[in-house]
Design a protein around this ligand. Structure first.
Ligand code: GLU
Length: 459
């Protein structure tokens, strides 16, 4: 990582608005923050941007917590903007007192007409600060007409620059921007101010978010300066956004590629993590066995600046390949929930290593658990071979070499080889046409059940 350890503690935040189910693109932002926090022994704040009471729903907040936990993210702190309005009021009061927040009475129609006039004259459609010319009498007149002010933040002219953790040196000319509205007519806050107030109050050291927010940064940096009493603003990193293979953006509203739907489809969380984090970076997308491993591959400065196209079709294969390398320790609890647990006569570690390479989904492990435990219905294809096989089953406990010793013997005694030898054995021992390596399955099935199955008896 190019980032050096700051003297201030590393505190990051993921700030979804609970207005829908989060998708794989949101997972990218959340994971970037979490992996970054882990790299610097930092803390992860989950902040619900729920000031929009109409659209925010408790059900979505709950699903976001569940989805993050599924990915392996456990926030250190959870805050809700709806419970922090007093802080925004205090900040707005401070800005009003210094004249940085000023009341405006234009209606949307008036603003629109003004913009059109500016454009007709070839001028940029920047708010002309006409409200600053209003006298007390003008304002009183508007108020008497029933108009309520919205409040704009007065930008300092000049260039705002920052060293973006992803995009490098960035700058914006504040003189070419309209003074942003921070407070609406009804007294509610747009996202811009509460976000800065919270970042300051919670000591956020790094703001890692999608590049759709890069246009907010110059304004937010000026608000930081106005409110921070000399404390440094966080460092910013704006990452590229995930798009579908055809280049479309992801939307929370459509529910497409929501984490909930991926989980319900049986996709492995680690596969989602690998795809979300590695797409659009200098690393190739490949399966990882743990989030810790993914953390070692993650480097914000290696995130590319162009959009990160990912192929949804890759997810299933990536999910299977993830299972194929996962150690038992990563999913023992989930196997237990399927009924695959220690305590049976089967060695769970050996079972997992034998079957994982054959799974498309974790629940497929149940098929093989039933095969090694029995009873199964053996399929009988070549009774003569099976009789010879049963008669020559090695004595004593089975181990990893048993299969080879046994089938080598059968090759010479019966003259059969290849599919003619192995296929009938597989059908009888497992009841399946194909499956995990029999050398690994046979010791799990054990001598007693193997003998029964070769004799065509359910065992
Ligand atoms: N609520 C904003 C969003 O979901 C957060 C933006 C930010 O991280 O500052 O896009």
């Amino acid at each position: 990582m190019s980032e050096t350890k700051a003297t201030l503690p590393t505190i990051v935040r993921f700030a979804p608005s609970p207005t829908g189910r989060i998708h794989i693109g949101n997972a990218r932002t959340a994971l970037f923050n979490q992996l970054f926090a882990w790299q610097f022994d930092g803390r992860f704040v989950l902040r619900f941007d729920d000031t929009d009471v109409e659209r925010s729903r408790e059900e979505y907040a709950a699903s976001i917590v569940t989805d993050l936990a599924w990915l392996g993210i456990k926030p250190d702190v959870v805050v809700r903007q709806s419970q922090r309005v007093a802080l925004y009021e205090a900040a707005a009061a401070r800005l009003r007192a210094t004249g940085r927040l000023y009341p405006c009475y234009e209606t949307p129609d008036e603003l629109d007409r003004r913009r059109k006039r500016q454009q007709a004259r070839g001028l940029p459609p920047v708010y002309d600060r006409a409200a600053l010319q209003l006298t007390n009498a003008d304002r009183a007149k508007f108020e008497a007409e029933g108009r309520r002010p919205h409040w704009r933040f007065m930008l300092d002219p000049g260039e705002v620059a920052w060293d973006d953790m992803v995009r490098g040196h960035c700058h914006a000319d504040a003189g070419s921007l309209s003074d942003p509205v921070l407070v609406r007519e009804d007294g509610s806050y747009l996202y811009t101010l509460p976000s800065v107030v919270d970042d300051l109050d919670l000591g956020i050291s790094h703001v890692i978010r999608g590049e759709d927010h890069v246009t907010n940064t110059a304004v937010q940096l000026q608000i930081f300066t106005a409110l921070s009493d000399g404390r440094p603003a966080p460092r910013f990193g704006h990452h590229n956004l995930l798009t579908t293979a055809s280049g479309e953006g992801l939307s929370k509203r459509s529910g497409a590629l929501s984490l909930t739907s991926l989980r319900e489809r049986g996709i492995e969380a680690l596969a989602v993590c690998a795809l979300a984090v590695l797409t659009g970076t200098s690393a190739s997308v490949h399966p990882v066995a743990s989030l810790a491993e993914l953390g070692t591959l993650f480097d914000l400065s290696h995130v590319s600046r162009t959009s990160a196209k990912f192929d949804e079709a890759e997810l299933e294969a990536l999910s299977a390949r993830t299972l194929h390398i996962m150690p038992l320790a990563e999913l023992e609890g989930r196997l237990a929930a399927l009924g695959i647990a220690r305590g049976s006569t089967i060695d769970l570690e050996a079972f997992w290593l034998a079957v994982r390479g054959n799974l498309a989904q974790l629940s497929d492990a149940l098929t093989w658990w039933h095969v090694v435990n029995g009873p199964i219905t053996p399929l009988i294809e070549d009774p003569d071979l099976l009789a010879a096989a049963q008669a020559s089953l090695p004595q004593g406990a089975f181990d990893a070499r048993t299969w080879k010793t046994w089938t080598d013997g059968l090759k010479s005694s019966t003259g059969r080889k290849g599919k003619a030898l192995y296929h009938p054995l597989r059908l009888a021992l497992t009841g399946h046409e194909s499956g995990p390596d029999l050398a690994a399955l046979l010791p799990l099935i054990g001598p007693h059940k193997a003998a029964m199955r070769l004799a065509g008896k359910g065992g």
